[in-house]
Design a protein around this ligand. Structure first.
Ligand code: ATP
Ligand code: MG
Length: 724
């Protein structure tokens, strides 16, 4: 792209930002006004016009997906390579720095990233060893506390609990947890940021080096940076860089996780001379959608204030559907999605958004019923599956014996007769010796403090790990993974379990070997870390933000939080009820209510052409049926932009199962010998439940929801299903 092309396709204000002289800048603008587009073009401009080397550019985005898209877009604009440019999330960038400077960060070279699930497990154990009641001190809450403090930059010694015994206990948990992590070489997500900040504070020469290097810093979605991210950024950027931040105060939705929208104001104070550019034209949504979203957000106080308009025509009205219950709502959505597909030919255009992940299941059922392919963001991802985490734990322990989280996960997987009693003995000893589990075991074995069968079992475990490492240390990454899967006992354990589920797990383990084969190491870290360490970090950190099957056209399901920055021609928002959205906890607190309203603004402004807002009069969630009034947010929308869709009388399909069966009795369908809701076994697809049928006799087809492969229609006469 030459220079004029870089500026084509931009309006005047966008051009001002892209082609501005080198200076600090804030681009403050509403949803869909082209902020992300401006940021990408600015990077290309810097390279082409200002002759900036890719080395001197650092760009921060909100998700790994956004980061790789940004890299691809910059590459295509400058027609070249962006090698040396740092593009990533705050966490990703912090991780890279810590790897490159592990010594200065006081970390062992093979430190491992602890994902949130493992963090909670580790905390559970610590709470137990501290003899605290797990009911009173839930591990999740402790994780919340610790992460919150870390996000504010606080170590245990910085927190003053005063006379508050609850806080004192949390601080004690934090302290013990941190000691364990430090001993084990484990770094949780919040710790990545905190350490990266401390790296600057404790190593002025290193900081100066990076201040010199990154002459251009650009940050997308700035409104959701938290205190520690801001502190890190301002240390890096204030000296000799030009910092461009883009954001929208109306889309700040991570306040609950410590994000501070005030950072926008702070930026203007700290980065003197920063120029503010406002973009006002929205290119994403139709007139009705934009007008309604603008009017909704106008109900919030203390906004920085923005006008947003569009050239687009008014388009369809926003449709509000009042369902009588959540099943009706889900069916309605599935029906409209199908209709869109039939007219437009694509499911990719469609997003179904909700407030919390728990709402997805019922929508999924309706989509399966209607045979609509879908993909969930935030479901159980590949690297979070049990068998994968087991195999990774072996690799982690081989890589770093001090990794207590990995040790705990596999010490008895597969079972080797090491009882809870022996384990608590080791844990207590570890605590009083201040050593890791691994070292403690060796210590106790040497002193013969473990006896009989336990001693044997633990000796075998120790030998196994050492043997695995000896035998595989010279192998390639994928061979190494394969070796571990074959010889750790994991594969044998799943083989012994039998059944489709176990087979699936073995398939996944094989898939892990493939993942190792195709893994590409961050080129900037080739020297710093082994392939194995790099891969293990990748598994913990990037865990694939979307699910498998990227290539199939599918409806996307996600929370409104994860929809940030994205856009779709057709959007549904489900569960627009008081108590759901805004959530119950937020209705009495004006600050939280306003954050919910911003979330609604984010949700609505994802829609390009058509938006459906749905609510249900009765809803069963978490096992309870509740009646809710429609969300106040619906009432805040201008009448002229919305139309209500009346409750439709439901003409049911012949029969359904599960949650959809409450109005219909399960009937056996003739001549097949099967009944709806029945569990069946298929030679290839494994176990599943019959959901639906059509036709009869030789033409009879059944719809089965298989546990592992999802919904399929099968001819009864060929499928050879067995009732189980
Ligand atoms: N000048 C323009 N002409 C045509 N299309 C544009 C222009 N600027 C932006 N767009 C398009 O408008 C849409 C929204 O742009 P973009 O995603 O950059 O907005 P944003 O401000 O980052 O939104 P959000 O606040 O949701 O992150 C994109 O499809 C983009 O390609
Ligand atoms: Mg954006």
């Amino acid at each position: 792209m030459d220079v004029s092309e870089l500026l084509d396709g931009l309006n005047d204000k966008q051009r001002d930002a892209v082609a501005a002289p080198l200076q600090h800048m804030l681009v403050l603008a509403g949803a869909g006004s082209g902020k992300t587009r401006v940021l990408v073009h600015r990077i290309a401009w810097l390279m082409q016009v200002e002759q900036a080397s890719p080395h001197s550019i650092l760009a921060v985005t909100f998700t790994n997906k956004a980061a790789s898209e940004m890299r691809a877009r910059v590459e295509s604009s400058v027609g070249g390579n962006t090698h040396g440019m740092w593009i990533g999330t705050f966490h990703g960038l912090a991780h890279r720095l810590l790897r490159m400077h592990f010594q200065e960060a006081k970390l062992p070279q093979s430190f491992q990233v602890l994902d949130s699930d493992d963090q909670v497990r580790l905390l559970k154990r610590i709470i137990r060893t501290l003899n605290l009641d797990e009911k009173k001190w839930p591990a999740k809450q402790a994780a919340w506390y610790i992460n919150g403090k870390k996000d504010e930059g606080l170590r245990p010694q910085h927190i003053d609990a005063g006379y508050d015994p609850t806080e004192q206990t949390f601080i004690n948990i934090y302290k013990n947890y941190q000691e364990t992590c430090d001993r084990s070489g484990l770094v949780d997500f919040a710790e990545l940021l905190l350490r990266a900040h401390e790296l600057w504070l404790n190593n002025p020469i290193l900081l100066a080096h990076y201040q010199q290097r990154f002459k251009h810093i650009l940050v997308d979605e700035f409104q959701d940076t938290n205190a520690i991210q801001y502190a890190w950024l301002s240390l890096l950027g204030q000296q000799s860089s030009r910092v461009m931040i883009v954001g929208d105060d109306d889309q700040s939705i991570y306040g609950w996780r410590g994000a501070k929208v005030e950072n926008i104001q702070r930026f203007l104070d700290d980065f003197s001379g920063a120029k503010t550019i406002r973009l006002e034209q929205n290119y994403r949504s139709t007139g009705n959608i934009l007008k309604a979203a603008n009017q909704l957000i106008a109900n919030n106080n203390n906004r920085l204030g923005k006008d947003l308009w569009t050239d687009d025509n008014a388009g369809d009205k926003i449709a509000i559907y009042s369902a009588f219950n959540e099943i009706d709502e889900a069916r309605f959505i599935a029906g409209r999605a199908k209709h869109w597909f039939e007219e437009q030919g694509s499911y990719d255009d469609i997003a179904i958004l909700y407030r919390s992940n728990a709402q997805s299941r019922i929508v999924e059922e309706a989509l399966m019923q209607a045979n609509i392919p879908y993909r969930i963001y935030g479901g159980v991802r590949f690297f979070e599956r049990q068998e994968i985490k087991d195999a990774l734990a072996y690799l982690r322990l081989m890589n770093n014996r001090n990794d207590d989280a990995a040790f705990e996960r596999i010490i008895n997987t597969p079972t080797r007769g090491i009882g809870n009693q022996t384990l608590s003995l080791v844990r207590d000893a570890a605590r009083s010796l201040g050593k890791t589990m691994w070292d403690t075991c060796k210590h106790m074995l040497a002193l013969q403090e473990l006896k009989g069968r336990s001693a044997n079992a633990i000796t075998n475990f120790v030998n196994l790990i050492e043997q695995l490492e000896d035998d595989s240390c010279d192998l390639n990454l994928d061979q190494q993974a394969n070796h571990v899967i074959q010889h750790s006992g994991l594969k044998a354990m799943y083989q012994a379990e039998k059944g489709e589920k176990a087979e699936r797990r073995i398939d996944n383990l094989n898939e892990l070997v493939t993942a190792c084969q195709t893994f590409e190491k961050d080129p900037d870290l080739v020297e710093e870390v082994s392939d194995l360490t790099a891969f293990l970090t990748h598994a913990a950190l990037e865990a694939g933000e979307s699910q498998a099957d990227e290539f199939e056209s599918a409806v996307q399901l996600m929370t409104m939080h994860s929809a940030k920055g994205l856009e779709f021609p057709l959007v549904f928002i489900a569960g627009m009820e008081e108590g759901m959205f805004p959530s119950q906890q937020s209705v009495e607190d004006i600050g939280r209510l306003e954050e919910e309203r911003r979330l609604c603004y984010v949700g609505m402004t994802r829609a390009m052409q058509k938006l459906y807002l749905c609510h249900a009069e009765a809803r069963r969630l978490y096992g309870q049926e509740k009646y809710h009034r429609p969300s106040r947010f619906l009432k805040e929308l201008p009448d002229e932009c919305v139309e209500e869709i009346r409750m439709q009388s439901q003409v049911s399909r012949p029969a359904t199962t599960g949650r959809f069966a409450n109005t219909i009795t399960l009937e056996s369908f003739e001549n097949t010998g099967f009944s709806l809701g029945q569990r069946v076994l298929h030679a290839k697809f494994g176990e599943g439940v019959i959901l639906n049928y059509e036709g009869s006799d030789a033409q009879a087809r059944v719809q089965v929801n298989f546990d592992e492969v999802g919904v399929k229609w099968l001819m009864v006469s060929y499928a050879n299903l067995q009732a189980i």
